[in-house]
Design a protein around this ligand. Structure first.
Ligand code: PBG
Length: 329
């Protein structure tokens, strides 16, 4: 039989050949591990994110040691202040003795070689759960919020953070933060901007984790986060953040937005990151717990898909597990 001449299955027949043909490879170096740091003692589980816990600073140091041992390059810190410390303006966010500056100092003192990143936005710290300051109608004020974000960024930079990551989506905040960093002499503090961040329903479990869900209530973030229907707008947002001084850009959420990652990478060719968000994690965990999906296989497949789409790295709650799985081979 002379047909077919072209048999793509030839190259897939044997393991050696599949390895030889592999176009993209996920490594531990691609992973950023988001962690929640609270004011309480010990650890507290996050019910909607099985395997994720809020950590005291002591426990955070244990996790930092694990990350270092596994070779995960960066921890990304999210603050969980006491509910009683929240205010309408979220001012605890820029307190130099707030939970995140203390966590940064503790990690950098103990593990100077571990990369430390932190989130800039006001939502964990405000009584209304929005990422910025609001006016009487509840509208999020842009330029006033930027002033708060600059103070929060400087507090984190002074504590020694390696990477700032503004997640608020105010217009012009990257430029303002970059100028403030330069003026204060923090010329090596990197900025990974949440440049294309969508108003996504997949953030639900995260809002429970930082304790902003109840405060936000039926509120939404549609006036600042992007419409999930758009992707040209993402390119515009990325171009602005790069021009304003971002070193790296992020697309968020992850798996439903792989097309955006591909467009961003093709258009700009800059370091591009994806955030596999809390809802994506919760879906995989829930299905695996029911025996409907193979957790390890599905998580590694999803993480590899980010690389294929053009991401240089991924923020993922699977980071430590993925590092262990990759080590197991
Ligand atoms: C806060 C912030 C959010 C996430 C990261 N930073 C939530 C939001 O914008 O409401 C989401 C992370 C996740 O869902 O895993 N600005």
């Amino acid at each position: 039989m002379a047909y077919p001449y072209t048999r793509p299955r030839r190259l897939r027949r044997d393991d050696f050949s599949r390895r030889l043909m592999r176009e993209h490879v996920l490594t531990t170096n691609d992973l950023i591990y988001p962690v929640f740091v609270h004011e309480e003692k010990g650890r507290a589980p996050v019910p909607s994110m099985p395997g994720v816990e809020r950590l005291s600073i002591d426990e955070l140091l244990r996790v930092g040691e694990q990350a270092l041992e596994l070779g995960v390059p960066v921890l990304d810190l999210f603050g969980v202040p006491d509910a009683s410390a929240k205010t309408a303006d979220g001012r605890i966010a820029w307190d130099e003795d707030g939970i995140i500056p203390r966590a940064i100092r503790a990690l950098k003192a103990r593990f100077p070689e571990l990369g430390v990143m932190s989130d800039q936005a006001l939502d964990p710290y405000t009584t209304h759960g929005q990422d910025g300051l609001i006016d009487d109608s509840g509208y999020i004020l842009n330029d006033e919020t930027i002033q708060a974000l600059v103070k929060q960024s400087l507090a984190h930079a002074a504590a020694g953070v390696d990477i700032l990551s503004p997640s608020d989506m105010m217009d012009g905040r990257i430029g303002a933060i970059r100028a403030a960093l330069e003026n204060a002499g923090f010329i090596n503090t990197r900025i990974m901007s949440y440049a294309a961040k969508y108003a996504s329903a997949f953030y639900g479990p995260f809002r429970s984790a930082v304790g902003s869900a109840g405060n936000l209530g039926k509120g939404n973030k549609f006036t600042y986060q992007m419409d999930p229907a758009n992707s040209n707008e993402a390119l515009h947002e990325i171009a602005l953040d790069l021009e304003e001084g971002a070193d790296m850009v992020m697309v968020k959420p992850g798996l439903p937005y792989l097309d955006v990652i591909r467009r961003v990478k093709d258009e700009f060719g800059v370091p591009t990151f994806a955030y596999q968000v809390s809802g994506e994690y919760a879906m995989l965990k829930a299905a695996s717990a029911n025996g409907w999906l193979d957790e390890k296989a599905c998580a590694l497949e999803a993480l590899t898909a980010f690389k294929r789409a053009g991401a240089d790295g991924v923020l993922t709650y699977f980071a430590l597990d993925a590092a262990r799985w990759l080590r197991e081979g």
